[in-house]
Design a protein around this ligand. Structure first.
Ligand code: ADP
Ligand code: MG
Length: 699
């Protein structure tokens, strides 16, 4: 009996909004534009803000020019015609203290709205045109039996986010009606002890007060509760996904014997930082477990993530498995290949590289070698996830600069093996609270410390007027044996124009300004061999200036380069600027980043100022988030993150942390109960993220 009751309740809520009184076929279409489809959607359509229309002023006390709420009885009303076939409807309202007039232009039907002696609340801005009046006020006529429960005024009133074709009054009334009739069908889906422990309002109370708050503190409580709900469900979904991954797949239990690792440690050209040692420990622990590792390693540009990943590769190779390292660009893949080859071949670990730039024949041979397990380590670009690449014994996948890859690419490489460990690395560090939302399915290791002996890069923003001075500065630096990057923006839309600009500047530098120096050019349209040669020249110190497009944005490591000049800096995003700046400041000499820009837009100024203010990648990421907002910043859809209606991942961090804690505890205790389709929480999970549940629940 109880069950039937429950099913019935659920049915009402999932009915089309047309089920609600006052909604016809036409209105249904308009509501759909607001993403309101069902009765439940109406209850969960939250106000954008509130107006306090609850403090009645004695009419005599209203102040001209202010928003006021008054309550009185209708004394008289009439409609007058004025010239141009227009009408004025005037209503006189009186209380014990005085009389005020409400005026509506060209709304003659208003005379049918009011009756003499009606009990009316008015809200609006008070004017004076010979008499005290309010033009087109919000109004509410109180029926004797509902005199205590007004909708549009006389209380804290909700203001909803709206699109055209739909009025505040209409929607407000509709939602009020839905609350009055269908709120009782809403069932508590957050476990009772979580509600109790955190003194949350019950779901019905919260919904009631988010729309029509009794007072502002009740409103706060409702927000707390509903924000928690969104975060809790999100964290549950992410937690379930992670759990499923850990439980259903058996990973490789790498042994941590000494030997190769000891040799490797001895051969290191520097002392590891404490931060590096800590994350290595975390990674080793993961690799030693039977469950597959699924870890994000984040650290600012230049923090030394590569060596950490090589450590993991050695552990993997020592266990007799293959390791794959995937980089977003050919240049970075080549650089990684060289680094790995240099460090690993003395240990007897052979490395190969597979990029799309190889000749067909060469590629075929390498692919064959990979499937025959001839190489322990395979470096590559996205060509590693092509279907014809088959690994023999893939035990570890490392994805470098993960923010440059889509989620799909990560997943695809993973499917190539039965159960490899996965380590993704990112130099776009994000605040921890955000990371747990966006990468909730990953464990996170963070390097917050740069290797010692680095001097922070000095950053300057200059205008065209200073160009000649800049050239003098660059010549001086080159004379002191420093190398210089000059970066040009390359926008997809105007690619060939931009490319021409970069090439022209290169020629101008080579032939005129820096005729005495060695100048090189690097851009994405060049042949791979050419690119490789130019990069090698620059690395070897045989070029003084490298004019480049953003192909050098990620990963490139040339410690002797100590100046980077960024042309049209306003055309780059903040994170991108920071990445570019990360190309310098890797050696001992003072490094400089010069932003050349006439940028005047508000956002551009914010970005450029942020760059001159800090070199901390974590701070930069926070600025970037603030300037762009989370949707843009993460490319929400790419991450499969659901849209949050009331919770804000930037400002509501307290609730996010709380929700994460509660979700993880709940999952720990009730892992079985939660995937029972009869479980309300589980149903809610699926309702909440219909289009995402697949990507959230499956990896
Ligand atoms: P990122 O984290 O941006 O990938 P890299 O791994 O490329 O940084 O490291 C940047 C530079 O710092 C490299 O030249 C690397 O050899 C050097 N490096 C890394 N770790 C240390 C360390 N502990 N001490 C000194 N130099 C280091
Ligand atoms: Mg790197």
């Amino acid at each position: 009996m109880d069950n039937i009751q429950a099913v019935k309740k659920k049915l009402v809520l999932s009915q089309s909004a047309q089920f609600v009184k006052g909604v016809g076929p036409l209105r249904v279409k308009t509501l759909a534009k607001l993403n309101i489809h069902t009765v439940k959607d109406l209850l969960f359509y939250f106000p954008r803000r509130y107006e306090d229309r609850g403090n009645f002023k004695p009419i005599k006390k209203v102040i001209i020019g202010q928003l006021e709420t008054v309550r009185g009885r209708v004394l008289s009303f009439d409609t007058r015609r004025i010239k141009g076939n227009r009408t004025i409807f005037t209503l006189a309202l009186g209380d014990d203290s005085g009389v005020i007039y409400a005026v509506w232009f060209n709304q003659p039907y208003m005379k049918n709205v009011f009756a003499m002696d009606d009990d009316v609340i008015l809200y609006g801005k008070v004017d004076f045109y010979g008499k005290i009046q309010i033009n087109s006020p919000e109004y509410e006529i109180l029926k004797p039996d509902e005199a205590h429960d007004p909708v549009h005024t006389g209380r804290i009133v909700p203001i909803y986010p709206l699109k055209m074709d739909i009025g505040q009054r209409y929607l407000r009334k509709l939602i009020k009606h839905s609350l009055d009739h269908y709120l009782e069908n809403v069932r508590e889906f957050i476990p009772e002890d979580i509600v109790k422990r955190n003194s949350f309002l019950g779901i019905k109370q919260a919904l009631l007060n988010i729309h029509f708050p009794e007072n502002f503190s009740r409103l706060e409580q409702s927000r707390d509760r509903l924000i928690f709900d969104e975060f809790f469900l999100l964290q549950l979904a992410l937690g379930l996904k992670r759990k499923a991954l850990k439980e259903t797949k058996k990973g490789i239990k790498f042994k941590l014997k000494s030997g190769l690792i000891e040799q490797f440690k001895k051969a290191l050209p520097f002392e590891l930082t404490n931060a590096q040692k800590n994350v290595i420990k975390e990674i080793e622990t993961d690799m030693h477990q039977a469950q597959p590792m699924n870890r994000l390693l984040q650290g600012d540009v230049g923090s030394g993530k590569t060596i950490v990943s090589i450590w993991a590769i050695v552990v993997c190779a020592q266990g007799g498995y293959q390791a794959a390292l995937m980089a977003p660009t050919e240049i970075l893949a080549m650089q990684h290949y060289e680094t790995l080859h240099k460090i690993l071949s003395p240990l007897g670990i052979n490395v190969t590289v597979l990029t799309s730039g190889l000749k067909k024949k060469e590629k075929e041979i390498i692919i064959q070698d990979i499937s025959a397990d001839k190489f322990r380590v395979i470096v590559g670009t996205h060509s590693l996830i092509q279907d014809d690449v088959k690994f023999k014994k893939l035990g570890l996948i490392i994805v470098d600069e993960q923010h440059k890859f889509g989620v799909m690419q990560r997943v695809k490489l993973h499917q190539k093996a039965i159960m490899p460990d996965v380590l993704v690395m990112s130099a776009t560090p994000i605040p921890r609270t955000l990371a747990i939302t966006v990468y909730g399915d990953l464990d996170i290791s963070t390097i917050r410390e740069l290797p010692p002996g680095r001097t922070p890069v000095e950053t300057y923003w200059i205008s065209e007027k200073k160009r000649q001075d800049l050239y003098v500065f660059l010549k001086k630096k080159i004379k002191e044996k420093n190398q210089v990057y000059v970066v040009y923006p390359l926008v997809e839309k105007s690619k060939s124009i931009d490319l021409k600009a970069a090439t022209k500047m290169y020629e101008h530098f080579r032939d005129d300004v820096f005729a005495e120096n060695r100048v090189g050019l690097l851009h994405g349209r060049m042949k791979d061999l050419e690119k490789k040669q130019v990069m090698q020249l620059f690395k070897a110190g045989d070029l003084d200036i490298l004019v480049a497009t953003t192909v050098i944005e990620v990963g490139i490591d040339v410690p002797n380069a100590s100046v980077i000049l960024i042309e049209h800096a306003e055309r780059f995003g903040l994170s991108q600027l920071h990445q570019l700046r990360g190309r310098v400041g890797r050696g001992k000499t003072q490094a400089y980043c010069v932003l050349l820009s006439e940028g005047k837009s508000e956002d551009a100024v914010k970005r450029l100022n942020a760059m001159t203010k800090t070199t901390d990648g974590f701070k930069i990421a926070e600025y970037d988030l603030l300037i762009r907002g989370p949707g843009e910043f993460f490319g929400t859809r790419q991450h499969g993150m659901p849209e949050l209606k009331i919770a804000n991942i930037i400002t509501d961090t307290q609730q996010l942390i709380l929700a994460r804690k509660e979700a993880s505890e709940y999952l720990g205790q009730f892992s079985q109960e939660i995937i029972d389709p009869r479980n309300l929480l589980f149903q809610e999970l699926h309702n909440k993220f219909p289009q995402n549940s697949d990507s959230l629940l499956a990896r």
